[in-house]
Write a protein that binds this ligand. Structure first.
Ligand code: ADE
Ligand code: ZN
Length: 352
């Protein structure tokens, strides 16, 4: 690692762009670009409450998480058929390939679709087919994580789990998303206990808008292996110590945090504090179609606004993305080696 201290600063953007990386926090419904929303609306005969792509984009002026979620759920209403889910996933995978993402763990929200009369089979088969196409055509590895919507009841989550179980081989884990405040982890303790019994990997959004205590409860009551967001952990130093000791990764989403006003500006983001505390931080795009950019844009804007971040941090963040993923140790070792190759090549001259 010490050799990275000599890494030329002017090549940092290229390192950020070309280093192989994993994305562990992206909601596939949050990758629906306005153009695709309109194309799918036309294909499926769905009427949108916006006249044009531009009018829809103009509505993306969020004040908090809920103001975003209202538009995000409306955007997903154009998804009706298996092919729509496949096409949405492929549009994301093309962006991922351009950003040198070699592995992506995708969140999906089945309840957003089953509530509109779409079968869970349509959702899962479409996304799974997209993952297969991405592997075959783009060489990207991926996995699906089914999220329960926390503004709905635990009974609804149990029903969703039952509906999903015939398709168990197509998803690796369970997450928890949607409106955080007022919907604490304890509301879902029993359904997550069942998910753990089933051998599913467990993650949850916590400490985005909600307090640090939700992060502790996600660990103690849900048994999470990663925390999605988690930036508010700094409000509880003992919790930070625990996250470091137990090496619980945080999937941080810089552009999302600015757009949803978790921090005022990127210069105010606490990622440096998290890294200096020794936390396993990863960088992710959350809902890139809504928040102004995909994964590399998150890296570039974050490093641009925080000049104390350097090449060592870039490499640490890429390594963390592999270490925090749900792949085998052998695969992690191969990606670490590919990362080292990219760094070595870049130190000699531009790669792309
Ligand atoms: N669903 C999609 N994006 C989300 C976020 N950032 N927080 C909670 N739920 C979400
Ligand atoms: Zn999220």
């Amino acid at each position: 690692m010490h050799t990275l201290t000599e890494f030329p600063r002017q090549r940092l953007p290229e390192l950020l762009r070309t280093m192989p990386k994993a994305e562990l926090h992206v909601h596939i419904e949050g990758t629906l670009e306005p153009e695709l929303i309109f194309a799918l609306a036309q294909r499926n005969g769905v009427t949108l409450p916006y006249d044009s792509v531009q009018a829809l984009r103009t509505a993306y002026a969020f004040t908090d998480l809920q103001s975003f979620l209202d538009i995000y759920y409306a955007g997903a209403s154009v998804l009706l058929h298996e092919q729509d889910f496949h096409d949405m996933a492929m549009a994301y995978f093309h962006r991922a390939a351009a950003d040198h993402i070699v592995h992506a763990e995708l969140f999906f929200d089945p309840q957003t679709h089953t509530a509109r009369g779409i079968s869970i089979e349509t959702v899962i088969h479409g996304l799974k087919r997209g993952c297969d196409t991405a592997r075959d055509e783009l060489g990207i590895s991926s996995a699906l994580i089914l999220c329960f919507l926390r503004h709905l009841s635990e009974v609804d989550a149990f029903q969703t789990l039952e509906q999903a179980l015939p398709h168990r081989e197509h998803f690796i884990g369970i997450g928890l998303d949607s409106s955080e405040r007022g919907n604490p982890p304890e509301k879902f303790a029993r359904v997550f206990a069942r998910c753990r019994e089933l051998g599913l990997r467990i993650v949850a959004h916590a400490g985005e808008e909600g307090p640090a205590s939700y992060i502790r409860d996600a660990l103690d009551l849900l048994g999470v292996e990663r925390i999605d967001h988690g930036v508010r952990c700094v409000e509880d130093p003992q919790l930070v110590e625990r996250l470091v000791r137990e090496r619980i990764p945080l999937t941080v989403c810089p552009l999302s945090n600015i757009k949803l006003r978790v921090f005022d500006t990127m210069a105010d983001h606490n990622v440096m504090t998290l890294l200096e505390a020794g936390l396993c931080v990863t960088v992710n795009s959350d809902d890139p179609a809504y928040f102004g950019g995909y994964l590399n844009q998150n890296f570039l804007e974050m490093f641009g606004a925080l000049p104390t971040l350097d090449a060592r941090h870039a490499v640490e963040l890429a390594k963390n993305s592999f270490d925090a993923s749900f792949v085998s140790d052998d695969q992690k070792t191969r990606w670490h080696a590919a990362l080292a190759d990219t760094v070595a090549q870049l130190k000699q001259g531009p790669v792309s």
